[in-house]
Design a protein around this ligand. Structure first.
Ligand code: D5M
Ligand code: MN
Length: 506
């Protein structure tokens, strides 16, 4: 994840800050970093697609952080990852196989009754899916929280927003754990933000202008800095053997020209340098500089920065390594969280709740449901495995209905293992509930009495006030969306684009 050892190397430039520094500003959030962190506490439930609401704790985590920002008068802008870019496919394959082997180990530990070891392995095994992102997005929509799903890397989208003025939708800083943000040219990145809003900030202008500090970047340009990052090893390209961040910095400082650095490397390393390294280096560098991002103003994809002469001889198709082009309707449907960027299918497709679902469940009176003393799980059981989420309702007009699509993934034997372990485990659901009620009093979201409950959520359907299409059990909005799905606009490009989306299969 990110540039190897970059954050350690940049330590002299890290400044402790509190997020209130950005009061009255817009701050971007690398949403997948929060989803990953939020998933730690419910990784087993997620990996095994278990019944119950615990597996949705990642949503509570994200909402808590969002409310922390809102409490400090910061406008959060959540940016989600979209599809994979081709040059990251090796990294994605490696991540996938690591998650798979962690999951196998977790299951073995579970069988042995070692729940601590199993939990640790499940934390490594958990995969954050577009469907999980989509569930959070439903809450964001109902809470009027700004978000955008990037066509490809969230990092590039965040860097683009960093380059814009606030009145054009720009952001003053980014909250993330990913050092790639620096390579993409984000001006200010806040790492390790804790639940109180304390974090560690790197401001790239200060890095370039600081004279007394080592390592020195006084002679660096943005391109040299990004080149150093690629040389050190990134998600798009491994480094040449023997080259780490220190050597990369030394080479770039000495030659101040990336072509010269590559020539020297070729001379020094000989056969150790992969034959295609030069081309791969140029492409990785170009992704950090010119990746395709979503421009909300034109509702089209564009390049993070305009492509230069070095790429002008590339044909349109050859530029696919920057993220393949998408039609405006595809790009905006992805950005608005309607279209799955991996499968290119609508999230609001007609649900098939184990083929048993006759109609989606909607709550006609959410406030009544919210004030009900009946535990949600009892309501849910009456509904043949389907369930309903009601978000906070400032207006009282929006409802969110989540529906089960697949059965839990574990078999009966595993279930009995789990039952034994969870009854003997100290982590009872009571403790969990208590823990989730320990959010600070300053949490406005909490005051709105938001309830998030569900089981096996896969598809999400958002419906407007009880509108139902005539003669149909489906809410109008869903029926309309379905007819759009089969329209030509989306289908036309599907095959070429689908080749590049592998995140969802991991
Ligand atoms: O990672 C996208 C975001 O997700 C970025 O903020 C890092 C975070 N991430 C990715 N993998 C993990 C794991 N395994 N643990 C915690 N956080 C993670 P990107 O590298 O841009 O794909
Ligand atoms: Mn990244």
């Amino acid at each position: 994840m990110g540039i190897k050892d970059l954050l350690k190397f940049m330590k002299p430039y890290v400044e402790p800050i509190h997020i209130n520094k950005y009061a009255n500003k817009r701050v971007g959030v690398d949403a997948y970093s929060w989803l990953h962190k939020g998933a730690y506490s419910c990784s087993m439930e997620l990996c095994m697609n278990m019944d119950g609401d615990k597996k949705f704790q990642y949503i509570n985590y994200c909402m808590h952080r969002i409310n922390l920002l809102r409490h400090h008068n910061i406008t959060p802008v959540l940016v989600f990852d979209g599809g994979n870019i081709p040059c990251k496919s090796l990294t994605e394959q490696q991540r996938h196989s690591k998650r798979k082997s962690s999951r196998e180990l977790a299951m073995a530990k579970l069988k042995e009754g070692d729940i601590n070891a199993a939990t640790e392995m499940f934390q490594r095994a958990v995969s954050i899916t577009p469907s999980m992102a989509h569930q959070l997005i439903q809450i964001l929509k109902s809470e009027n929280i700004e978000f955008v799903v990037a066509p490809y890397e969230a990092d590039a989208q965040l860097a683009y927003l960093s380059s814009l003025d606030a009145d054009k939708g720009g952001i003053a800083a980014v909250i993330s754990e990913d050092s790639d943000l620096l390579a993409y040219g984000c001006s200010s990145v806040i790492f390790k933000m804790d639940k109180y809003g304390n974090g560690e900030e790197i401001i790239i202008d200060k890095v370039f202008s600081s004279t007394g500090r080592l390592p020195s970047f006084v002679h660096f340009t943005e391109e040299l800095f990004t080149g150093m990052c690629v040389l050190a090893g990134c998600d798009f390209l491994s480094s040449v053997p023997g080259i780490g961040i220190g050597k990369a910095h030394a080479l770039v400082s000495k030659y101040r020209n990336l072509d010269r650095v590559l020539s020297v490397l070729k001379y020094d390393k000989g056969d150790q340098m992969p034959k295609d390294y030069f081309v791969s280096f140029k492409e990785a560098l170009a992704v950090f500089q010119h990746a395709r991002i979503y421009d909300a103003e034109s509702k089209k994809l564009k390049h993070l920065t305009p492509v230069r002469e070095t790429l002008l001889h590339y044909s349109a198709e050859e530029l696919d390594f920057l993220g393949p082009e998408l039609s405006s309707s595809q790009a905006s449907a992805i950005a608005e969280g309607e279209l799955d960027p991996c499968t290119m299918k609508w999230f609001n497709a007609v649900p098939s709740c184990n083929n048993q679902l006759k109609k989606p469940i909607t709550v006609n009176n959410p406030s009544k449901w919210l004030s009900s003393t009946e535990p949600p799980s009892q309501i849910l059981k009456q509904e043949e495995g389907c369930f309903t989420i009601v978000s906070s309702h400032k207006t009282g007009t929006k409802k969110i209905t989540l529906m089960e699509k697949s059965k839990p993934m574990f078999n009966l034997e595993q279930l009995s293992d789990l039952k034994q372990l969870t009854t003997s485990s100290k982590v009872s659901s009571k403790v969990e509930r208590k823990r989730s009620s320990m959010v600070p009093n300053n949490n406005p979201f909490k005051k709105q009495k938001t309830t998030v409950t569900n089981e096996c959520a896969i598809d999400v359907i958002q419906v407007d006030d009880s509108e139902t299409a005539p003669g149909s059990q489906m809410p109008k909005s869903v029926v309309e969306k379905k007819s759009v799905t089969s329209g030509k606009k989306v289908e036309s490009n599907k095959n070429t684009i689908l080749n590049f989306f592998s995140r969802c299969s991991s």
